[in-house]
Design a protein around this ligand. Structure first.
Ligand SMILES: NC(=O)c1ccc[n+]([C@@H]2O[C@H](COP(=O)([O-])OP(=O)(O)OC[C@H]3O[C@@H](n4cnc5c(N)ncnc54)[C@H](OP(=O)(O)O)[C@@H]3O)[C@@H](O)[C@H]2O)c1
Length: 330
């Protein structure tokens, strides 16, 4: 295995940079079953001490708990971490989920800043695009947060190429964040042509396919409070088909003497120095394993073999349930 250190990766033209792998923090607030704060704080500190700089949160994760956790973890070293948070994915009293009204954005940001106990959020994303609000108005409201010094750079989750162009025309977008892994990559590859033209970073969420690509999820292994039970890729019908696809990655992992999760992350990192995967874990040993993947360089043959063996449309099951897919890639 050839090992070398990858340099920091730029978040578009914002001037911000990050270690090539960030840490997705959602599961530290219970998205995949119960989480323990003392353990979560140890995981966060370990990630930081091993060089991870970008920590990905949202006002949605644990209803604010996740942002408060990051404030507890990094209050004393705030300047050495890059906090990325999000708004617009909270169910309101009216049942509306994506709410991008300008007044909501201002209030959401101020509430996040109070929970994060800091003056500015480094990277602030639209978590879900609200089709009822023109993207120009949403980005205009976010640009005012930049003017007020409350936000340093702007991002958008689950955005399609046409909307991204319109958004970037109002204010520079530093990064987009969408699901991107070997298993689910058709939309990511489509939007990458535009992020590259415009000089925007791609933060890859669920880079381990929500754990599928590690081989650790097997039929019957998910706890009953794990939200993945509702994801089509883990259904009784689809999971075995997806696990068959993972065998290709397991084969490369055996040859390289590393794990399937590491091969999956190294494959994403090799797609371009504009890609920043943000795997999530509550487990110390897995955290270290994932960070070590940043030093694994796959050969062109290995990269091509994986891509050919698992074509972009190979996964069994949609990324989300059908009723949620209508809020994605807008
Ligand atoms: N913008 C959006 O709409 C959006 C949507 C989803 C996620 N995200 C962000 O992306 C982050 C990551 O996504 P994700 O957590 O959903 O999916 P992921 O990173 O693809 O997978 C996480 C799952 O894999 C397991 N895992 C992690 N490392 C492992 C390893 N080395 N070996 C075996 N299993 C391993 C974790 O279990 P353990 O915890 O037990 O280790 C967890 O169940 C989230 O935390 C969040 O910040 C954003």
């Amino acid at each position: 295995m050839t090992e070398m250190q990858r340099p920091l990766r730029a978040l578009g033209a914002s001037g911000l940079t990050a270690f090539p792998l960030g840490l997705g923090c959602a599961s530290l607030s219970g998205s995949y079953g119960p989480s323990d704060d003392d353990n979560a704080l140890r995981v966060l500190h370990e990630a930081h001490s091993r060089g991870v700089t970008m920590f990905d949160t949202s006002d949605k994760y644990g209803n604010g708990h996740n942002e408060e956790l990051l404030a507890r973890a990094f209050g004393a070293v705030r300047d050495s971490v890059l906090i990325a948070s999000k708004f617009g994915n909270m169910a309101g009293k009216d049942g509306k989920v994506a709410d991008n009204r300008p007044e909501t954005i201002q209030a959401s940001c101020e509430a996040s800043l109070r929970r994060l106990r800091c003056d500015a959020i480094d990277l602030y994303y639209i978590h879900r695009i609200d089709a009822a609000v023109p993207i120009e108005d949403t980005i205009g409201a976010m640009a005012r947060l930049v003017e007020q010094g409350k936000v340093r750079a702007l991002g958008i989750c689950e955005v399609n190429p046409a909307t991204l162009r319109r958004a970037h025309g109002v204010h520079p977008i530093a990064a987009i964040q969408s699901e991107y892994s070997i298993l689910y990559r058709a939309e990511a590859e489509e939007v990458l042509s535009v992020t590259r033209e415009l000089g925007i970073a791609f933060v890859a969420y669920a880079p381990l396919g929500r754990g599928l690509l590690t081989g650790a999820v097997q039929p019957g292994s998910l706890g009953d409070r794990d939200e993945r039970l509702r994801h089509p890729r883990f259904s009784a019908e689809n999971l075995p088909r997806n696990l068959e696809l993972v065998q290709t990655i397991e084969e490369v992992a055996r040859q390289r003497g590393c794990t399937s999760g590491q091969i999956s992350l190294a494959w994403l990192l090799a797609q371009g120095d504009d890609i920043i995967p943000i795997p999530g874990t509550k487990t110390m040993t897995r955290l270290i394993e994932n960070i070590e993947a940043a030093a694994i360089m796959l050969s062109q043959d290995e990269i091509a073999f994986i891509a050919k063996s698992i074509p972009p449309d190979a996964a069994a099951g949609l990324r989300y349930r059908a009723e949620h897919m209508k809020n994605m890639y807008l």
